[in-house]
Write a new protein. Structure first.
Length: 176
């Protein structure tokens, strides 16, 4: 049990760091063309030249589309931190901990499904300022997307099975 508490504490601290870093990297991704210290050859997901040519309304639209992923990630991290706090308190199989695990698995699954959709939408938004015939729609669905959806789908099933096991245990505890 002590090992679980140690790992839960470490993962909670890591999650706090990621929670702080997410908005910073989000801003760098969308405004790295404005920072003189950032090298043009660094990859932030969107090329510097494309950002320089994008009008402000298109950039804001892209940020809106991308912010859904960031918010799903930050919400998932917050749920994960609460789950780790419950584990540190010794609530491994409690109803509240299982509820947190179910919620986390659902957020992760939605994030895994939204991620490739977001990339497709961003391909349109980042080329919207181009003249007709030069705009692009890219549709990408790679093995990492399939793996994420599969893994997080399995996590949803595992959380549901654990919830059912907890309900059966509670029912068995009531029988004499």
């Amino acid at each position: 049990m002590q090992t679980v508490k140690i790992y839960a504490r470490r993962l909670e601290l890591l999650s706090k760091g990621l929670m702080l870093a997410t908005p910073v990297f989000f801003c760098i991704k969308w405004f790295h063309d404005k920072f003189p210290l950032v090298n043009d050859r660094m990859d932030f997901g969107i090329e510097t030249m494309i950002l320089r040519e994008m009008p402000i309304p298109h950039r804001l639209l892209g940020m809106l589309v991308d912010s859904v992923s960031a918010m799903l990630l930050m919400s998932g991290l917050l749920i994960f931190m609460r789950l780790m706090q419950r584990y540190q308190a010794g609530e491994i199989f409690s109803t509240r901990a299982l509820g947190g695990l179910e919620k986390l698995s659902k957020y992760a699954f939605v994030w895994a499904v939204y991620s490739p959709l977001s990339a497709s939408i961003l391909s349109v938004v980042t080329t919207l300022h181009n003249p007709p015939g030069s705009r692009m729609l890219t549709i990408g669905f790679g093995m990492h997307d399939i793996a994420n959806i599969f893994i997080f789908g399995c996590l949803c099933v595992i959380a549901s099975v654990m919830r059912e096991g907890n309900a059966l245990q509670s029912e068995q505890d009531l029988t004499v």
